[in-house]
Ligand binder design. Structure first.
Ligand SMILES: Cc1cc2nc3c(=O)[nH]c(=O)nc-3n(C[C@H](O)[C@H](O)[C@H](O)COP(=O)(O)OP(=O)(O)OC[C@H]3O[C@@H](n4cnc5c(N)ncnc54)[C@H](O)[C@@H]3O)c2cc1C
Length: 287
């Protein structure tokens, strides 16, 4: 289908974009890579009267690893995330997860800001950001505020982003060196969204899990921070009992819809399998 008509704006600074959004009101939407928004416009599920394109705003681009703090500009594409060796050294799970998003054409234009701001529970980056305990930096006409990824998602396509705000960057503390990580995603085919996926970051010491953080993709209306599943493995040597408990606790917080990827029961089951696999892979990678 063909989208409805709209006026197109292309500001060159964050301030100009924020001013435009304030003056245009709720009929305006920002567009980043357009790989979620444009399909929705073609289906007439989104009919904005104004599109504010962020691609000329240099301040929204780039990756900085400064000491232990990682900051990624909202307009950084998934391909750029994959290409960054500094990011892969500080936080390798981002490269691993990005490589599982869509296909190269999608990753060349899809941005981290669009992926996390979209509010689609099928997007992979939100759970990853919850596992990393990232903050989102939001800029609007009344200033800048930080919102934790774990507090940002309210329901499918509803987030803490207020009218007129732009998500300018994501920021998090890099996990400790020697940490283990894994993003395990079950999908029907290359390019598909997850049937279920799990992000795990953990540290091990002398065979015991010292710290763990787990979040789940596409098994609820929002990404799910699986705090209980992480608690179930901390202090254990990841024996069978601990792994089973973690998987069960993760499954218990899911509430997936039945769709072409399977029944709700199947997708919940897959969430447990992904959680267990991701924990085992992360532990094997930890030093
Ligand atoms: C064939 C296909 C397969 C895909 N597979 C996957 C997949 O497996 N996993 C996955 O995670 N994604 C997948 N995607 C989605 C893709 O990653 C999108 O590009 C991404 O979700 C949205 O990023 P974008 O930059 O394209 O955002 P856009 O489509 O431009 O925007 C999406 C939404 O976020 C808002 N927005 C964008 N940027 C900002 C910002 N900086 N501040 C505030 N609001 C903003 C827009 O207004 C819009 O509402 C797929 C897409 C396609 C077309």
């Amino acid at each position: 289908m063909i989208p409805g008509s709209f006026d197109y704006h292309r500001p060159e600074s964050i301030d100009a974009a924020v001013s435009l959004l304030a003056s245009l009101g709720d009929e305006a939407r920002v567009v980043a890579g357009g790989h979620s928004l444009i399909p929705m416009m073609k289906l007439r599920m989104a009919v904005p009267e104004h599109l504010v394109d962020l691609q000329d705003i240099a301040d929204l681009k780039g990756i900085s690893v400064d000491g232990g703090t990682v900051t990624i500009g909202a307009m950084t594409t998934q391909t750029e995330l994959i290409a960054s060796d500094a990011l892969a050294t500080a936080c390798p799970i981002i490269r691993e997860a990005s490589l599982q998003i869509g296909d190269p054409q999608v990753r060349n234009v899809g941005t981290i800001g669009g992926n996390v701001a979209n509010g689609d529970p099928g997007n992979d980056m939100p759970a990853l950001m919850q596992a990393l305990n990232a903050d989102y930096i939001l800029q609007g006409s009344s200033g800048t505020r930080d919102v934790a990824a774990r507090a940002f998602y309210e329901a499918a396509y509803f987030t803490a982003l207020e009218e007129g705000e732009i998500l300018s960057a994501v920021r998090f503390t890099a996990p400790p060196s020697g940490h283990g990580f894994a993003y395990e995603k079950q999908k029907r085919k290359i390019g598909d969204y997850a049937t279920a996926a799990a992000a795990v970051v953990l540290t091990m010491s002398g065979g015991t899990c010292e710290m763990a953080s787990i979040a789940l993709t596409n098994v609820g209306d929002t990404p799910l921070h699986a705090e209980g599943a992480a608690n179930a493995i901390v202090g254990t040597n990841l024996d069978e009992a601990a792994l089973n408990t973690a998987a069960e606790v993760a499954m218990a917080i899911t509430d997936p819809a039945e769709d072409g990827r399977g029944s709700a029961e199947f997708r919940t089951h897959v969430a447990g399998v992904m959680t267990r696999r991701a924990i085992e892979k992360a532990a094997a990678r930890a030093s």
